[in-house]
Design a binder for this molecule. Structure first.
Ligand SMILES: [Zn+2]
Ligand SMILES: [Zn+2]
Length: 224
């Protein structure tokens, strides 16, 4: 594990830390109000509970990733530049496997018993904004992080650069699906698509379980 790898990864994490408040500001501002998918209702949850949950979840997932990289970093990540083709292949392989396993995991969380004790928390928020991307039960958080680590472990070793790019896409997707914003600009097309699909998940519940690739839902008949 090189220092440059950790610096690049820290930059990606910081990007997420900037993106969440920026999107939260945009979705609540008058300037972008016309681009909301829905106008968020007043939160039914105390702000302190939400802040505690989301921040502790971010800290928890960071600690798990760091522990994983300390113990398995040399097994799942190799040093050196892989070339663009291999980099894209490694990124896609990890994300495809992750999103497939996440699809099954997320669907499993909709089992009434798991919903009642774990996944209900995330679905308490019917009209999401970016901060809700980490408003989840700690067990769900641990499960999601474990799935990404498992995907890396199965597909790896991948290059440090591939890890950074893969993590950037994974983090960005998770934040953007909750943005509640569809801005009519070509650069927003994918983000708007993600946001609309996940909005359907939060409002109609039994559709769109995958978070990155729509075809897992298409394959299992849960796409809308
Ligand atoms: Zn769900
Ligand atoms: Zn969600």
């Amino acid at each position: 594990m090189t220092t440059s790898f950790f610096i690049a990864w820290a930059c990606v994490l910081a990007t997420g830390g900037i993106l969440i408040p920026l999107l939260e500001w945009a979705v609540t501002s008058k300037q972008y109000s016309e681009y909301r998918i829905r106008t968020p209702k007043n939160y039914r949850l105390p702000a302190l509970q939400k802040a505690l949950n989301t921040n502790l979840n971010m800290l928890l997932s960071l600690l798990i990733y760091i522990a994983f990289l300390i113990y398995f970093g040399d097994t799942v990540i190799y040093a050196g530049w892989p070339g663009m083709v291999l980099l894209l292949g490694e990124v896609l392989a990890v994300l495809l496997l992750y999103d497939f396993m996440y699809y099954l995991f997320h669907r499993g969380m909709h089992h009434p018993k798991v919903m009642q004790y774990v996944h209900y928390l995330h679905h308490k928020v019917r009209y999401t904004t970016a901060t809700e991307s980490t408003f989840i039960h700690p067990l769900e958080n641990i499960g999601g992080v474990a799935l990404l680590c498992l995907s890396l472990w199965i597909v790896g070793p991948i290059s440090g650069a591939s890890f950074v790019v893969m993590f950037f896409i994974y983090q960005t997707a998770n934040i953007m699906v909750h943005s509640n914003l569809v801005i009519p600009h070509p650069s927003w097309r994918l983000f708007g698509f993600w946001a609309e699909k996940h909005d359907i998940h939060h409002t109609r519940i039994n559709y769109n379980f995958a978070s990155i690739f729509p075809f897992w839902d298409q394959a299992f008949g849960t796409y809308k």
